[in-house]
Design a protein around this ligand. Sequence first.
Ligand SMILES: [Zn+2]
Length: 438
Amino acid sequence: MTEALLIDDVHLVSPGQPIRRHAALRIESGRIAWIGPREMAVPAERTLSGRGALCLPGFVNTHNHTPLMIVRGMVEDLGFAPAYTPGIPQGHWLSNEETFLLARLGQTELLMAGCTTVVDYYRAPDALARAAMETGLRAFIGGRVMDADSAALAEGRFETDKALGESTLRDSLDLIARWDGADGGRIRAVHAPHAPDTCSRGLLNEVSHLADADKRPVHTHLTQSRLEVEQVRAREGMSPVELLDEVGLLNPGLFAAHGIYMDQVDIARAGSAHIHLCHAPIGNAAFGAAAPVLAMREAGVGVTLCTDTKSADMFETMRMAIVAARVRAQEFVLDAATVFGWATEGGALALGLSDLGRLEVGYRADLVMLDPAAPNLVPVVDGCGILVHAGSATNVRHVFRDGQHLVADGRPTQLDLEAVLRDAQAVADRLWARARAV
Ligand SMILES: [Zn+2]
């Protein structure tokens, strides 16, 4: 048993609950052991004064590809999937070590932004798991499985690359064998077929059988682009949602990113299957799209939020979820309390963690404290409204995961931040030099 910590003088903001002002919260053995008015708190071995800070559950950020930080700031104006464009560093140029260094940067950013649970997936998943081991995040790692020939794909055709399918599946199974349950269950491995337009029906079938057998969650992209819908219709005579249903993947164990291009039939089908959506409002909006998230929720889809490597800022994402829904509906829909629930408890439930995402006794002590002296966080009235509509990742001062103090006064406690930044910049310099020389 670790020593008890008392967090004193915080305003607690937890989904579905009114704000609790000037509260104290006691952490023991990685869990919230007591919550009450600060006057009633029993002293603990350690005390951290919040000085009136807003305190909320750690964010659950359900879809990221941290090594793609490499192209950040350089591809946003280039259109869809610029990673496959000449002149841009290619993912397959990255060595395992370089993938690790980029993932470590991305995950450090996520941690410092208050995300305590993240889903990270890309090629070389072993490097992502190693990064999670260092950064201290609760991580769900996926090894990207696909068997589409990328040269044909770039021309809009689907051709099966059997060797790629076999090698990515092998990497994914190796990841599961090696990393699932690491560090007391903090690191978990999920199945991660890339998307319906980059996986053959045969490969999706294979993943479905594996998931049936081991009951592991399945993460994928779904109806991310019009191109995907057209290609799957031409190839299979059905929508991507129908295809996933046919291969047995459309069920509550599926958490799918984007979900933009779904018609009414797709939405009803996804809803009655109770899949989970990883809603990426910023990435979607950048391509001129807004997912039908409210219709999906109405139909029975569970909603979670993700930053999808565009940034790590879940405040920005919550805000954008509201804006995108209102633009789509041309109406005053959605509110701060709802998106705050998606960003915390919604994500936890999608990942099967029923003791995460709220500030309640018995829950895991994943929590974030914001800067009590930040002008943008005043006035505090209900707490939730201001953090959603005016908060920023830069307001995060303290981050705890399972009671471990991973960010203190805005600095990671277990990482050499300067080295994380320097090493990632060096990888970027090498790769961009190579891209420009091609
Ligand atoms: Zn993605």
